[in-house]
Design a protein around this ligand. Sequence first.
Ligand code: NOJ
Length: 749
Amino acid sequence: MARPRLIAAASAGLAACALVFQLGLGAQAPDIEQHINALIARMTLDEKFGQLQQLDGHADGRNREEHFDLVRKGLLGSTLNVRGAENVNALQKAALEESRLKIPVVFAFDVIHGYRTVFPIPLGETASWDPEAAERAAAIAAAESRAAGLQWTFAPMVDIARDARWGRIAEGAGEDPWLGSVFAAARVRGFQGTNMAAPDRIAATAKHWVAYGAAEGGRDYAATDMSEHALRSIYFPPFKAAVDAGVATFMSAFNDLNGVPTSSNPFTLTTVLREEWKWDGLVVSDYKSVVETINHGLARDEADAARQALPAGVDMEMISRTYVTHGPALVKAGEIPVPVVDEAVRRALRLKYRVGLFDRPYADPALEPATLLKPEFRAAARDIAARSMVLLEHDGRTLPIKEGNRRIALVGPFGDNRDEMMGNWTGDGRREDVVTLKEGLEAALPGAQVTVARGADLDVKMLWPGGAGDAAGAAALRDEAVAAAREADLVVLTLGESGAMSGEAASRTSLDLPPFQRELAEAIFALKKPTAVVLFTGRPLALGWLKAAAPAMLLAWFPGTEAGHAVADVLTGRVNPQGKLPVTFPRHVGQVPIYYSHKATGRPPAADDKYTSKYIDAEWTPLYPFGYGLSYTTFELSDLRVSAASIPSTGSVTVSATVRNAGAVKGTEVVQFYVRDVAASVTRPVQELRGFTRVTLEPGESRRVEFTAGPKELGFLDRDLKWRVEPGEFRVRVSQSSEGGLTGAFEVR
Ligand code: NOJ
């Protein structure tokens, strides 16, 4: 593997490769680790800490002047945000031609759901329950990123999130460790491929390590306190799946975890990652999260922050500069052992080797325009966005839009809104590339006349008490929308949050629609016209009134560049909706955290028994359960079979059922498989997802689906945190969501 790498480097004639020969390593068995060690042996302490520093360029991708100077001195190993072949090559040239050791810079960026071609937000993409789609989206994002000079993305975010108030729920795969693990692995494979040095792949980051999604009160950056059992059972699995998929890097998180901030936590960063999982990748801190250990009340000052974080296992420091500033003195004073520094540097250099920087440090400027936003990338974005949409309500009449609907009123703040289709973290996505819903509907229905009325304003400032502004202005917008709707055969009513209302630093205390949208919706529904709601959001919203009133409702999340086409594809039935919720939708914000795999309680809720686990002012059940999603057809499940009545703890059973398309159009159903361990030495959740499969069926067609339940599906961590399958009764469910379906049982003996 390393031999062609050296030859390539030599033929490129780059300064970096000359180093390999200077080091006398020759072309025989040029083991990467040997190169790294030889390089480390030549580094000064300052240069070592320089490799552990990451700083950000300008938000628009340009370099900061200071970085050239730092790179020349060997004091900067990596940047974030710098992108575009020209910008990247300019800084790289300084590293390769003007620094003593000629170590290339590694360029990182938040490519979260696409670089230039923007895909649905990750929560939405997960609603496809189609890991192959997520892998494809990540692979395209990787190809575009590489072409723009990047080698590293800070994605996927694999934090389990069960609190819809937390804005970053939009960035992950939702509430479930099993589904989250499947998508974590798929996204890592998509970004990295089998060789992250390939010209169309980049290194991925599993973030945020760890339990950041469990922040108290759903408040971003807040502390997390939980049992080690819960950590290992719920929050670790997607990270472990990323490790097993070969993820190159981890990002330590912002949150305090059980009293020790995660960006200075030896248990999570070293005991688990290095000693238990034997992982040899790089850990980068989150943005200033090392220096923030002072605010947490762990470190006394900046030197103390570095003294604790580096040995704890944070290899590279993002933005704050405690390592470069205090590291050398701390080493000289014996406060940080040299082998600890060397190991962190080794990981940083290993990443640079793995992404191929020692062979191909420069970006090819011709590749960038030829790669970005290729027609096939747009086609994939359209397809994946349509797969991500969830049909929440369907009266069987309103949707799909029929040919006869010639006059369509497109009412609400998203109808002709180029800025609000991509959601948060839009990479290098450009508004001018975006297809609006108006454009999508007009293209899909050339015979129709689409009239747009905004209906309500949409601005994140409106959420703040008193920020909603002028009620008279809102009433005028509403009246205009009602007038447009009155003239129409069909109303498409767009509602929801703006992109800025979810994502980082966008926690909410309410899960309601922004101001004036409910009034708008009620005025439209009062017309009794056929009305289809299209909901845009980065988080579950608590919309019981809307569920009761909407004849049809499609959850579109934030679909990305091809938004308008993808929504139109689903509204017109060109694509039959097939998405399923990867997260529970509550009835009320007061129910959070609400998730399908909760523990049972000694007093399960019962309507006729006051002293059971419920509320006196609201139902205990969700508005829409995990796994829920409708289709323009209907599916029926029948004939559940469990292959054995009893198995040994090392054995497995096959659980199968027939799924039939009982409707009139072709459709895709996600058949889900849940398990419950009825009595165990550590109580188990009421059910846990342990498999799913997507089945596409013609009308009247049926197929058997099969799931396996063996040690991986049936085991859990016991009181000693050891994985085991315990004897006793297991119940299984094969279903179309986490509710209903077919049930069966078997024994483990
Ligand atoms: C802070 C965010 O928490 C993290 O996810 C992101 O990668 C960094 N900023 C860099 O932008």
